[in-house]
Design a protein around this ligand. Sequence first.
Ligand SMILES: Nc1nc2c(c(=O)[nH]1)N[C@H]1C(S)=C(S)[C@@H](COP(=O)(O)OP(=O)(O)OC[C@H]3O[C@@H](n4cnc5c(N)ncnc54)[C@H](O)[C@@H]3O)O[C@H]1N2
Ligand code: MOO
Length: 406
Amino acid sequence: MALLPVPDAKARLLASARPVDGIETLPLADTAARVLAFDIKAKLTQPPFNSSAMDGYALRAVDAPQIGSELTVIGTAAAGRAFEGPLGPGETVRIFTGAPVPEGADTILIQEDAEKIGDDSIRTTFQVTGGRHIRPRGQDFAEGETVLKAGTLIDFSHLTVAAAMNHPTLPVFRKPKVAILATGDELIEPGGNPGPAQIIASNTFGIAALVRDNGGEVLDLGIAPDRQDAISAAIKRARDAGADILVTLGGASVGDHDLVQATLKASGMELDFWRIAMRPGKPLMVGSLDGMHVLGLPGNPVASMVTGMLFLEPLLRRLAHLPERRREVDGITARPLRPNDQRQDYLRAKITRDELGNLVAEANPKQDSSMMKIFAHADGLIVRAPHAPELAAGEPCRILLIRAFD
Ligand SMILES: Nc1nc2c(c(=O)[nH]1)N[C@H]1C(S)=C(S)[C@@H](COP(=O)(O)OP(=O)(O)OC[C@H]3O[C@@H](n4cnc5c(N)ncnc54)[C@H](O)[C@@H]3O)O[C@H]1N2
Ligand code: MOO
């Protein structure tokens, strides 16, 4: 079977991806980083009254036609405590920021521009103009106005306005559920004592973090040994739990112990494609099982993480109603690079910024897909297209960022 080019594989994967339609109503404080399911209208008007934007004096502009006008202070208005009653000619009310502007007043004189004369009078020391420092009722939003649109990825700014609109809860799309199954007789959980031929199952942790970072909920199915009955029991658990995506780790290649694909097929999976023209990540497998997406990621940890970024992330984001994350940027290579073969290559690289602002990527000389330390120390991956020609140091290249770089 010919290896599928990366863009074709991604297009096929996303063609079958439908955003989830389940909705849950959550307390406002729990909705950060969730996607709003409906338009949200204001339940009240803000501000609910004409309010003062400054500490000072509320008055009628006609009563202070020039600097030196004198007014009688007849009361106080503070935030949460209105002044009851109208303001008559020659009168003023001591007012504080956020307080309702008393009836009859049409401007605020800030206290720095007023001089106290006696206990209950002031003199203006600045020219008063009408309408100053008054926030009109409804200037922010009006009752019934749609302020937040369905599909908004809720952040701190949306939470603030939603609270101000008097919404104690918000309707959000449910998180897609991603079941993760590690496979392999050699694997044990971190914290255990590995036997002579054993290693720690590390991939689940990186993939689970990637899932959570992209709006998904994790169902950790643990480790299944290389036995069909154990793998099929785990597949059943994923289906029973209503997983939207099943991610298997390892056992994706062609060895005698690579049972994952055969077991999935025996459980009813329809294989969409298998084996991609990429390095690392060649054995990636994609299928579906009763509407559950199945992604078989290769066992080598770096291959797992790279295919996770390239395939699991966009699939999950599509299901979660999130926009695709753009990880690719332009940069230049710090080292000369060999001509490439038919597999799109993703070279682990350290990134720096040169004095012109270019991102400079220095590929690690070691690119073995089992080397987690090098991946963890890398900032990005230099993307080498199939059959890309040799590149000299300083020439442009594409970089896939592992994390935000500034
Ligand atoms: N004859 C061939 N052999 C291999 C091919 C091939 O095309 N022909 N492909 C190679 C490539 S490329 C990769 S990548 C690996 C991946 O194969 P599998 O997905 O079947 O992975 P395993 O054999 O199960 O494991 C590979 C490696 O990774 C370790 N591993 C597995 N799971 C985990 C985990 N959860 N956490 C940490 N490490 C894990 C495992 O112990 C192996 O060392 O196949 C090549 N072979
Ligand atoms: O995916 Mo394998 O890691 O290409 O070496």
